[in-house]
Design a protein around this ligand. Structure first.
Ligand code: UTP
Length: 281
């Protein structure tokens, strides 16, 4: 299965940090966000990844490319650990790029992948969301897809105050982790929301989605919404993600994600914990 990572968005909620650098390249602890996303796809067995980029996103391509000067310099100075790490980034997968010409929304970004995908079901991982779990999030969806041969969308329970930021599903429970989806709505008001099950940015999509994206008109925010195209599919499933999700789309969530992920690293955990306790006193 191939994967598509949309990373062409303007990152408006993160301005001015995203004026001249992609939101997807913002570091969380010691890696840019999009590297976590690529690693999730790779550890799910995917080695063909198409990144949707746009204006001002060159550093994403540079990050996954070889850097001969840097490798040469690390080699000469005997920094072999860094060297290995740097080399491994450019060897992770076959990464392809296509540019979204105008930022017209997630649905439009995904439609840029049509030629590369070539009529097969494919995985989508948003480039600004990190999912950490024992079984990678996209692999959890691939396992459901294997059984149902249909579109599968990762969902999780969303607290009331965040409902308006998510695509929300209406569905029938099949088991503790799985819902058959009846309907979806993008960023509903809390009182209109059909459930508290929010779409978290990981999907296995049937290739028919490209036809439906072409059919939908601009929705919320004047953008071509993927959620609107998903409503037109005959069949889709919502799979509750077992793991921890980190959104880096805005400053506060990025900060929280950075702290939580840093605290997982033994080499800084104690120092960071002491520091946080001290400044909060
Ligand atoms: P977001 O809506 O969170 O990203 O899209 P954004 O548009 O960059 O954010 P704001 O609202 O302006 O702050 C989720 C993912 O989809 C990609 C983004 O890069 C992000 O990884 N995306 C979004 C595209 O590739 N193209 C688009 O037109 C919109």
């Amino acid at each position: 299965m191939k994967a598509v990572i949309p990373a062409a968005g303007l990152g408006t909620r993160f301005l001015p940090a995203t004026k001249a650098q992609p939101k997807e390249m913002l570091p969380v602890f010691n890696k840019p966000t999009i590297q976590y996303v690529v690693e999730e796809a790779v550890s799910s067995g995917i080695d063909d990844i198409l990144i949707i980029t746009g204006k001002g996103k060159r550093s994403i391509e540079d990050h996954f490319d070889r850097s001969f000067e840097l490798e040469y310099s690390l080699q000469n100075s005997g920094k072999t650990d860094y060297l290995k790490e740097i080399e491994s980034i450019s060897e992770m997968a076959d990464i392809y790029y296509v540019r979204q010409k105008k930022q017209r929304g997630l649905g439009d970004a995904i439609s840029c992948a049509q030629k590369h995908i070539d009529g097969e079901p494919f995985a989508v991982l948003l480039g600004d969301t990190i999912a950490q779990s024992e079984i990678p999030c996209i692999k959890q969806l691939m396992n459901v897809h294997e059984k149902y041969k249909s579109t599968v969308i990762a969902i999780e329970e969303v607290p009331d105050e965040r409902i308006e930021r998510y695509g929300i599903i209406k569905g029938n429970k099949i088991n503790d982790n799985l819902y058959k989806i009846d309907d979806l709505v993008e960023k509903p008001k809390l009182e209109d929301s059909p459930s508290n099950l929010g779409i978290i940015g990981r999907y296995i999509l049937a290739p028919e989605i490209f036809d439906y994206i072409n059919e939908v008109s601009p929705g919320v925010g004047g953008e071509i919404q993927l959620t609107d195209a998903l409503r037109l599919l005959n069949e889709s499933y919502g799979c509750i993600f077992k793991g921890k999700l980190y959104d880096i789309g805005n400053t506060v969530d990025w900060l929280k994600s950075s702290i939580e992920i840093a605290l997982e690293h033994e080499e800084v955990r104690e120092e960071l914990k002491d520091y946080l306790l001290k400044i909060l006193q």
